[in-house]
Structures are given as C-alpha cells and as structure tokens.
Ligand binder design. Sequence first.
Ligand code: SF4
Ligand code: MSK
Length: 633
Amino acid sequence: MSEDFKCLSCDKANYKLIEKAKNEKIETVWDRAEAMQPQCGFGEMGLCCTNCSMGPCRIVKVSEDGPKKGICGADEDTIAARNLARSIAAGSSAHSDHGRDIAHALYNAAKNPESGYKVKNPEKLISLAKEWGISTENLDIKDIAAKVAETALQEFGKPFGHLRFVDRAPEDRIDIWKKMNVVPRAIDRDIVEVLHSTHIGCDADYRNIMVAATRAALSDGWGGSMIGTELSDILFGVPEPHEIEANLGVFKEDEVNLVIHGHEPTLSEAILVAVNDPELVELAKKQGAEGINLVGMCCTGNEIAMRHGIPMAGNFFQQELAIITGAVDAMVVDVQCIMPALSQVAKCYHTKLITTSPKAKIPGAIHMQFNEEEAIESAKKIVREAVSNFKNRRGNILIPQEKSKGFVGYSNEAIINALDGVANSVAHPMGTVKPLADAIKSGVLRGAAAIVGCNNHKVLHDKGHEELAKELIKNDVLVVTTGCGAYACIKEGLMSKEATKFCGKGLATVCELVKIPPVLHMGSCVDISRILLLLSELAKFMNVDIKDLPAAGAAPEWMSEKALSIGTYVVASGVYTMLGVAPQVTGSENLTRFLTDDIKDIYGGCFDIEANPQKAAEKIIDHIEKKRKSLNI
Ligand code: SF4
Ligand code: MSK
C-alpha cells in the first residue's frame, strides 16, 4: 500500500507513483540505493585513491592490519583531502561553466539578433558596467552588453589580479582571504590549480590542499555563480514574487506536458518563448491537446518559476516519478542533476527524453542540440518534438492530486523592497537593508538561515529540509532557500502567507507586516551568490564582518559536488554551515577536525554535521544566539 512508502519520502504525492513503479516493475532511485547496500566503507570515509594507475589504493582504518599509506606513500590525510579538493573543483567548474554560458548568451544578445536573446533589465546592466569601470558614454544597450559580457568572460582566464566581484565582500573578509592566500584570481585558473596540485606526487599537505580547494570554491561563489546570477538577471529579468503551484499534481491530463529539467535559463527561457508560439499551440490542438503545459524540475524549474510563475513539478528525487505519471510527453534536459536512469524509465512510457547540451548526452535519449546562436528557433524544434508526441500516450496515466501553492522569486532586490516597504519595481531597488538589520537588532527576528541543496537517499526525502525549516521559523529565524530544498519547502506550504501559523511571534509579525512568507525562495543553486551578497550588505550596514552575523547555512540532504563547493565558499565567507550528510572525509581525523573546528579560527565559519533536523535546528539556534550575544543585541 502507498502508506508503506513513508520510509522513503515524506511527500504523499510520491507514494502512489512509487507504488505504480513497483506494479509496473520500474526501478527508481530508492531501489538502486537499496541494491547498493552496504556501500563501500573506504569510499564512504574518503580513503580510496585512484589518482594514478599504481592504484587503486585504500587505507585500512578498522584494524591494525592493512595498509596505512598508498603505494606512493600518500597517507589518509592526503588522500581524503585530495578527493575532497577534486570534488570541490568539479562543483566549482559546473557552476562556473553555467556562468560562462550565460555570459555567452549576453554576448549573443548584443551581437547576434538571430539568437532571440534580449537584455531585459538595462538598469542592472548599466549598474554592473559602472561597478566594473566600463564606460557607458555614447554606447547603446547592446554595446554595453557586449562589453560587460566580454569582461565577464575574461574573469575566467585573466592572467593577473583578482576576481572583480571579490570587491563586493566586506573589507575584513577580503583581508582574511588575503592573509590565507585564497583570494580568487581567475575562475579557470583556480580550478585547474586544484587538479594540478592533487596530481600524484604534488601537494601532500592536507591543509595546503584545502587552500587551493577553498580558492576554487570562492571562484565559484564570488565568481562563476555570481556571474551566472547577475547576468541572468540582466538578460531575463530580476526575479519578483509570484504565486505558483508546486508538486507532481501540476501535470494536466488534457495538455501536452513538457518538463524542463537541469540548470541553465538560456534553454528554459527560449523554451518558454517557444511554447507560447501560436503555431506550436495550434499544433498541440491538432494533436488533440488543449494546450502546452510547461513545468520545471530541479534548478531550471526554480529559474523559470521565479521569473515567470511557471509551476515547479518536483525536485531531484522526483524526476523519475514525473515520467512514471505517464503524462509527460517530453522531458527536455540540459546539464547537471539529470539521472542517467531517466532514459530507461522513459522507454517504459511514451515520454521523449531530449538532451540538448553537447556536455550531457544520455544513451537512449534523443539528442537535439540547443544552439544559443539561434536559441528561439532551436527551442521551437524541441517543442515541436514534444507536441507531436502527445498522440502517443498509452493510457496508463496517474497524476497525483497533491500540489501546493506558494510565493517564489525573492531576489535581493525583492527582499529589500518588501522589507523597506518600497512598492516600486525590482528594476529600481530603492530600499536598504536597514529594516532587516533593525528587525535582527531588536530581536523580533533572532537571525536568518539558508536551507539549500539536494535530495539524498541517506535522509528521508524532503524531511531534512522541511523539519529544519519549520523548527527554525518556530524560533523566529527567517529562512531563505534555493535549489531542491526550495521545492521541499513550497510543497510543505512554507512559502504561503498562511505559513505564519508555523512561526514564532516575532517572525509572524514581520511576515504579516511586510506580506512575505517566512521561508523565502531565492532561486537556483547558482543563486546562493544572492545570499552571499545579502549577507555582505547586511554585514557592511552593521559595520561587522559576515562571520559576526546571527546567520547560518544548512544543506540537510546535499549530494552533489556543487554542494561541496557551495559549502566551502560559504564557510570561507564566514558562515556556520550544517550538513545533514557527512562528506566523504571521515577517514582522516585531521581533515575532519580541520573542517569542523580548526577552520573556525581561520575564516570564522565552519562545517557541522547533524542528520537529525531537530538537533540541527537546536545547534543553529544556539549559534545564532551566541552571535547575538557577541554583538550585544
Ligand atoms: Fe595510490 Fe598514490 Fe596512485 Fe593514489 S596517487 S592511487 S595513493 S599510488
Ligand atoms: S538541482 S545540485 S540536486 S539542489 Fe540544482 Fe537540486 Fe542539488 Fe541539483
């Protein structure tokens, strides 16, 4: 019975679909996780090395016998640190390559009318040009866009200096980074340096390996991700609050259901234009559909929800279940967090799985390359493929009833305007962080916490996010969220105005006064750069460093290398960060102690690990109260 699946997910929409999968003998992520048990202890502890072909080498910890060093002599600290550093570099590269693609799209908007991209927010473009010292005199918007895009692209490989966005951090923070030699210089360079220094026979000092890894992570947060976010806002608009629907109940039986899944808004924005093309809508009608229902999944879903109010169908662990509804005519994917298993699941239905990026092809999927130089035309071809598949539905359709409503789209501009009571558009943010600082100083808000990240079978699906968020808002801690955590929160109703019923008195009062939900949707994973900037602005306003703020981060169900990069740049920016799943480093006591303790004395932030959301909340609240005491507030 459906109820038996309570031990897999706490989202009821999933139960019927997991049962349907079982009945139809379709394997899901939960089946594969079970089949994988017990998972490799060496890998779990970060003690397996495959960095050269003399290996694989593994360090035996559980008994006196067995090797304590790899064949080259690398010990547990070196091996665990090298593995972690390489994961951080991979995570940083994923976010940063996303940022690079957005910069190319901005360049296309300026130089290539066939692309169909246009600058939607010239105010933000001009403001960034000024910040970067680019003269805008006698230049039209397209020329400015080209110059800003070129300057952004140079951030990836410039030979000298440091990343431009570093100057947005508080001075004390930059001083710490200078002292530690982790100021990010050029994004590609910082990532390459990690790969070089972790090659066999190079860096063997775990603390020094973490210096390079930290610099690469900061290149993500204050570089690649920030470029991704800022240039997306310029191209596609600064997000504003929208009320939307979320969960698998957003599919429509009588319409073409097109799921857009992955990360980069360059694709999803073009698909959105294409699904509204009258010729394609007419084609859908000719196929017997009432229209085209575009819905989002994972971070691409966050991007188009927060800019256009498109429904959010589900997070990372719901991607297979979406197809199992039998109602998905096409799932169009680009990069990151797309399970290779999708092609097998899609084969059991009529669903077309369409890959679009040369960086991410999946055997068994249809590959239709998305060409950014003629983005809209390219998107139309993809949508035509989806629409023409409606007639092939097989009848074994089960769309869950469950869906919830909530407000998404809280960019920094939107949060500042809402809290400052400024009613004008986010294109002209007039407010300041003063009201936020005042609410924190007065104690009405005890502090703020970010809940971000993925789903992971090691945590009951969505429970880590939901329970932590509920416990924090109950204690007057304002919560901001991105990524798959945002899906968990909206599905649980925490982004509705009614969610004040879960809040302590102070937070409820603030939310009712300025008409915001207690859990604010700030976007996709790259948009954690928004959180960095909000913290930075708040710290500057309060004349302190980020580490002094009553604030914390949490990734209760994280799983990706990107999350490791995020965690590292957030900690190096001074934030106490709670993980619900331990990183694969515990085989090295030295590295584990470094990440959870020693690092505090260097950056002011550190990692903590707690799987139980109630206990995690207690620790976060304790941290916030300690910071309040230090600030005498
Ligand atoms: Fe083994 Fe050293 Fe090669 Fe790693 S780098 S596989 S520890 S010999
Ligand atoms: S999509 S990185 S599962 S949050 Fe950004 Fe979700 Fe994590 Fe991917």
